[in-house]
Design a protein around this ligand. Structure first.
Ligand code: CMC
Length: 431
């Protein structure tokens, strides 16, 4: 196979090296292109652009493969926990007993918020979306972390990363309690990560939440399945911010904002809203499928399609199986699950979806599990953000540890006016 690509422009041939990844992926290194030819590349939406080299996560979208640090997602889903997987992503290997205990202890030591931060929650209106609160409060937390604005220090990274990972679920739970006018529940050191989150969400001062093992496991699995997904919109945002040497909290707050949109993490909320509207209208799903195929309708089948997967998203397979299990063990029959399954079957038989290789993604069934365990709709994307935090932290670390890192600064093809004179106000017309 060639290890050089040749590009002919204006009669001149330019040689560009081909970089090969550990799974055989090939990329043309164009870092000398502009210097050699005066041209840049244009790839709106970055569908063909590798923005970095990364050791963290591998996806083969054609085959439906996802691996964190080389380990298949199916194996992690079956055998690991969210916190063990977080360690794997951030530090590159599965922890031994001692490492896992130290990591868990660090998370426990950092689970509380500074008392003064509680007052910040008072400033948000009751109807504020928890993603707005989450992003703002992650940034605000940085003000309480000594040395966070100093130059990146690998020694300080461990404690800063643990603070972020530990506190994000405390902030998320506080935001929910505030939105409902409920008293804040402090974390309890006896509980592990996910159980503690459920406790802070649902316990009352007069009554402890009943932590059912199947519910804790289901939510832990949702966190784990969301933990990283290579260069998606929010992770690319985190890396972009990190490239300017901003601190880890600023990067994570930016990641939360990027995740919020309905085409990204916000899709889990949008899926349930879609299923509810189908249910309300008594549609068997066929009207919605027809609308999703009609570009003029402005509708899409939410939870379907993916930029990288042109096959069944492996996370969706695991979540779908978990969905059946959780609903059965909690003895819940949710009409939205039946609608979702009917929609999936219909879409997978439909030539529109087949030709475009549109399959269910991670968001298609996750919301049904979250509904079953009592997570309110507006918190769905927050759950995604808590889950994605280890991936953002791992990517932040990778950027900061890179020996010759450069600030990310894409170019553009300018399509606006060419030079024109400044027009005085008197010559600009009346309207
Ligand atoms: N329903 C109907 N048509 C679709 C859908 C959909 N969900 N997704 C893609 N298409 C069509 C699209 O209209 C286009 O058709 P045509 O070739 O005729 O113009 C074709 O499929 C290719 O779509 P695209 O928009 O070029 O694909 P993309 O890679 O830019 O977008 C996506 C990927 C995930 C944003 C998109 O599939 C989508 O909007 N899906 C629904 C939202 C969703 O579920 N997002 C969660 C993604 S997974 C988790 C995460 O990343 O957060």
């Amino acid at each position: 196979m060639d290890n050089v690509a040749k590009l002919k422009i204006d009669g001149k041939t330019c040689s560009l090296p081909i970089v090969v990844g550990s799974e055989g992926e090939r990329g043309i290194d164009i870092s000398t292109l502009r210097q050699a030819t005066g041209c840049i590349t244009l790839d709106e939406g970055y569908g063909n652009t590798g923005a970095c080299r990364s050791d963290i996560t591998f996806i083969d979208g054609e085959k439906g493969i996802l691996r964190y640090r080389g380990i298949p997602i199916e194996a992690l889903a079956e055998k690991s926990s969210f916190i063990e997987t977080a360690f794997l992503l951030i530090y590159g290997h599965l922890p031994n007993h001692k490492e896992l205990r130290r990591f868990s202890d660090l998370l426990t030591q950092n689970e509380m918020l500074h008392e003064d931060l509680k007052f910040h929650f008072e400033g948000f209106p009751a109807h504020a979306h928890p993603m707005a609160i989450l992003s703002a409060m992650i940034n605000a937390t940085s003000c309480f972390v000594p040395g966070v604005l100093d130059a990146y220090d690998p020694e300080a990274f461990e404690s800063q990363a643990a603070r972020l990972l530990a506190k994000v679920r405390t902030i998320a739970a506080f935001a929910y309690r505030k939105s409902r006018g409920l008293p804040i529940m402090y974390p309890k050191p006896v509980f592990k990560y996910t159980a503690n989150f459920l406790h802070m969400m649902f316990s009352e001062p007069y009554q402890e939440y009943d932590l059912k093992p199947e519910v804790v496991r289901a939510l832990d699995l949702i966190f784990l399945l969301h933990a990283d997904h290579e260069q998606n919109c929010s992770t690319a945002t985190v890396r972009m911010i990190a490239s300017s040497q901003a601190n880890i909290f600023a990067c994570a707050a930016g990641g939360v904002c990027a995740l919020w949109g309905p085409l990204h993490g916000g899709a889990n909320q949008a899926v349930i809203e879609m299923l509810e509207s189908i249910h309300r209208e008594g549609d068997d799903g066929s009207k919605f499928i027809a609308a999703a195929k009609d570009k003029k309708s402005g509708k899409r089948l939410m939870g379907f399609g993916h930029r990288v997967y042109k096959n069944y998203d492996p996370r969706a397979k695991i979540i779908k199986a978990q969905c059946d299990k959780v609903l059965e063990s909690l003895n819940i029959s949710d009409p939205l699950l039946d609608i979702a399954k009917r929609l999936e079957e219909a879409a997978l038989r439909d030539s529109y979806f087949i030709e475009r290789k549109l399959y269910p993604n991670v968001d298609f069934y996750s919301g049904i599990i979250m509904r079953a365990i009592g997570i309110p709709l507006e918190m769905f994307t927050v759950i995604f953000a808590i889950g994605r935090m280890p991936g953002w932290i791992a990517n932040y670390k990778e950027v900061m540890d890179a020996p010759h890192g450069r600030i990310s600064r894409p170019r553009q093809i300018y399509t606006g006016h060419t030079e024109r004179p400044y027009q005085p106000m008197s010559e600009r017309g009346q309207e």
